[in-house]
Write a protein that binds this ligand. Structure first.
Ligand code: KG4
Ligand code: ZN
Length: 356
């Protein structure tokens, strides 16, 4: 058979990823370089550092994906690359590389919206028909949308300040969790999930954000402020300085995770009721897709399972490696667009990236 082949390239944040997929979603070759350890050490992403790491790795990552697939660049049907949203300096590296590549090999170019790619990934793994509801939660994003088609999304809610993964990372940093023997190499979200397992969430109670706001947006900055105040009080009680591990760290982690889960579940519940009231989802077996780095949190997943069961939705959550940034999801979005002939550009068109 002569299935069409797509090379996907991702560099919007802190992962340099590439993959070659055939039209059915079979992954022929992939490669991923993560900068997460570097950024963990500096306590956050420094854009120029991220840019340099993408530059250092993009050529090798793309070569590896191609070699592993055994596909000659001449045999590709198109190249798909993330052009928005993300860090401008990071996006630029992947885009410049791709533009040179498509010109050199005379291939069509498919600019990809990173969030569209996250939302569609589930369809590579199993048949999920449009429309479906999607909740994307990671370090950089937080949104609720109805996916009505490959390039047709209705945005129901977004974060008004920061994304939940960002909040968890900042709380973890404030608690100095990298000093905890079990957490030295974990992301903030992973550290909080692990410590929360041995914590009593009821020892602290944080108000769930936006209880009186009648939309589907999110807000985490106020919650983070409450958590920080609590941490300061605890430090005073224990007579220790910032930077020292609190004895109540497990309980604070558990209460933090619980409140983030409640907020996500409540906003999603509102979105489901809104969709139902407006006939925006199919009446038989409607689906909620949960994705993004924060989706690997089992406690948060459980909260969304409860909401889904309550409202009769079927919850789907791709395995962790497909929830976080990678080249595969970009290649898959390329396949979906190629199939429908949407947004495919000739090799010589100049494309700009858009951070927002
Ligand atoms: O999707 P991702 O790899 O990168 C982007 O942000 O785009 O997500 C990373 C985020 C980080 O903020 C990290 O703390 C969070 O996802 N995360 C988690 C867990 N694993 C990663 N948050 C909660 N629980 C987890 N198990
Ligand atoms: Zn992402």
């Amino acid at each position: 058979a002569c299935s069409r082949l797509v090379l996907g390239i991702e560099s919007s944040c802190d992962e340099t990823g590439a993959a070659v997929l055939d039209e059915t979603g079979l992954i022929l070759g992939e490669s991923l370089h993560s900068q997460k350890e570097v950024h963990l050490r500096t306590g956050g992403i420094i854009p120029t550092v991220a840019q340099q790491l993408h530059r250092d790795n993009i050529e090798r990552v793309v070569q590896e994906a191609l070699e592993r697939s055994g596909v000659d660049p001449g045999k590709l049907s198109a190249v798909a690359t993330t052009v928005k949203p993300g860090l401008g300096l990071s996006l630029g590296v992947g885009l410049e590389f791709s533009q040179r590549f498509v010109r050199q090999h005379g291939k069509p170019f498919i600019p990809i919206h990173h969030m569209e790619a996250h939302a569609l990934t589930v369809r590579m793994l199993q048949p999920v028909a449009f429309p479906f509801l999607v909740l994307l939660v990671s370090g950089g994003h937080s949104l609720l949308a109805v996916a009505r088609g490959v390039d047709d999304f209705v945005l129901l809610g977004h974060t008004l300040d920061e994304a939940p993964g960002d909040t968890l990372d900042k709380v973890a940093r404030r608690l100095s969790l990298t000093k905890h023997p079990q957490c030295s190499t974990l992301s903030g979200g992973q550290a909080i999930e692990l410590l929360a397992k041995d914590g009593d969430r009821k020892r602290f109670s944080f108000r769930t954000p936006m209880g009186q706001t009648y939309d589907c947006c999110f807000s985490f900055a106020g919650l983070r402020n409450n958590i920080t105040m609590t941490i300061m009080k605890e430090e005073e009680k224990e007579g220790i300085k910032q930077g020292t591990l609190l004895s109540s760290v497990n309980d604070i982690a558990a209460a933090t995770q619980h409140t983030v889960a409640c907020h996500l579940a409540k906003r999603t519940h509102r979105a489901i009721l809104f969709c139902k009231a407006n006939g925006m989802l199919p009446s038989s077996s409607p689906t909620l897709v949960l994705s993004g780095g924060v989706a690997s949190n089992q406690y948060i997943r459980k909260a969304l399972t409860v909401i889904s069961e309550l409202t009769g939705l079927h919850l789907l959550c791709p395995p962790a490696k497909f929830c976080t940034d990678n080249g595969v999801m970009i290649a898959w979005n390329g396949v979906e667009r190629l199939r429908e002939g949407k947004g495919i550009l000739p090799p010589n068109v100049d494309v700009c990236y858009e951070p927002k």
